[in-house]
Design a protein. Structure first.
Length: 401
């Protein structure tokens, strides 16, 4: 029963009942050179054919040259001398013109209908009796033309298409630039090679490579590659504009560059250990302070142009050398009680130093100091010990801290 009058909702047998039936796939599209056709057994329209298990699709040529009508000279232009007899009917699918035909196997059942009133033209619907669970792989392609010209053969380059293909194991969405577009774009999922790609088919691409644990972004002149626990960036220029804060935490930071330029209103460095090696360097600082428990400077040539202002104006403090004398630590009182924190002056031996005789004030200080020690019970031994150094033949070194 079917509705024959939609306005009145009347139900009856209808005349369309003779137009629909079932067809059995007997020759696949692959056997027909991948044309959008199927060779079907349609029992309703093939009453004289008896289908048996094991039958194969056949095309037989039957000669009809012995017929008088064929041999008549007046009829030779209208007849062939043979006809082809098939045990199947070639039927086209009733498809959207932008949709590819699914894959059908021998034995599949499809719906067949007549698409004209005189029951001459057959077509099968693009869906059949549900056998998806019995099939292996298949593909589906939806596309629309993307070219400005009519009557053009369509392919993947001049269409916008969406492709599902479990045979090739891909899912693809692609556009075209045949219609004047600036670029064409492809989004592809290749499950066989475990890759997802987005590309403009020119210079830009993004690739997710699950098999190799890698993500790659590329432009015409730069690359960012994330591979496992490593990130590699290649570019001509890297610009970062961060409004608030950059935080880095790492075991080792290595910088290999020709030029480093830093500009900051306030810079703080905190190092457990610091080492700097340079062929040439220059510091220009208006106010500099060094605080620490120990400082060593070793130079082959050292020049200090810092001027210290004392009670009597400009004061220069040279280094003095004392030979054969143990280290002596002498507290230095502040000048007028205001010169600064209490420091330490240390004397130590230096064979290669400058003779003490060149520094009379120091010689006088050592002599006076020895006299004080003698007065405390040294019985002149201190003066005898200092005498060789004040005679001009010995050396000493004086360091202040």
């Amino acid at each position: 029963m079917r509705i024959i009058d939609a306005r009145r909702n009347k139900v009856g047998l209808g005349s369309d009942g003779v137009k629909e039936t079932i067809g059995i796939v007997f020759k696949t599209s692959k056997e027909l050179d991948d044309r959008p056709l199927l060779g079907l057994i349609v029992p309703k329209f093939m009453l004289g054919y008896q289908f048996k298990d094991g039958d194969k699709a056949e095309d037989k040529s039957v000669s009809i040259g012995s017929k008088k009508c064929i041999n008549a000279s007046k009829c030779s232009d209208f007849w062939d001398t043979s006809i082809t007899v098939k045990n199947y009917i070639l039927v086209r699918p009733l498809l959207n013109q932008n949709q590819s035909m699914p894959t059908y196997e021998v034995g599949d059942k499809v719906f067949v209908t007549m698409i004209d009133n005189d029951i001459k033209t057959l077509a099968f619907l693009p869906y059949g009796i549900n056998r998806l669970g019995q099939r292996a792989t298949d593909k589906l392609l939806y596309s629309v033309p993307a070219n400005p010209n009519q009557n053009t053969k369509l392919d993947e380059d001049n269409t916008y298409f969406f492709k599902l293909d479990s045979k090739e194991k891909v899912v693809i969405i692609r556009t075209s630039k045949e219609n004047g577009e600036s670029f064409d774009y492809t989004i592809g999922i290749d499950t066989d090679n475990a890759q997802v790609t987005i590309t403009d088919n020119d210079k830009l691409s993004w690739t997710l490579d699950s098999k190799n644990d890698k993500i790659t972004t590329e432009t015409s002149g730069s690359t960012i590659e994330q591979s496992a626990d490593k990130i590699t960036m290649t570019a001509d220029t890297l610009d970062m504009n961060i409004d608030s804060k950059i935080t880095m935490k790492t075991d080792t930071l290595q910088v290999d560059t020709t030029t480093i330029k830093e500009k900051s209103s306030e810079t703080t460095y905190e190092f457990d250990s610091f080492k700097q090696t340079s062929d040439k360097g220059e510091y220009k600082i208006e106010d500099e302070q060094h605080k620490g428990s120990k400082m060593k400077i070793k130079e082959s040539t050292y020049h200090n142009d810092t001027r210290k202002i004392g009670l009597n104006g400009e004061v220069i403090m040279p280094c003095f050398v004392i030979n054969m004398c143990p280290n002596i630590n002498i507290p230095i009182p502040p000048l007028n009680g205001k010169s600064g924190p209490q420091g330490v002056m240390m004397f130590e031996t230096d064979v290669a130093g400058t003779p003490v005789a060149k520094f009379p004030p120091l010689s006088a200080s050592l002599t006076a100091l020895a006299s004080i020690v003698d007065g405390l019970g040294a019985s002149g031994s201190a003066s005898k010990a200092v005498e060789p150094f004040t005679s001009g033949g010995s050396t000493m070194k004086l360091r202040a801290s």
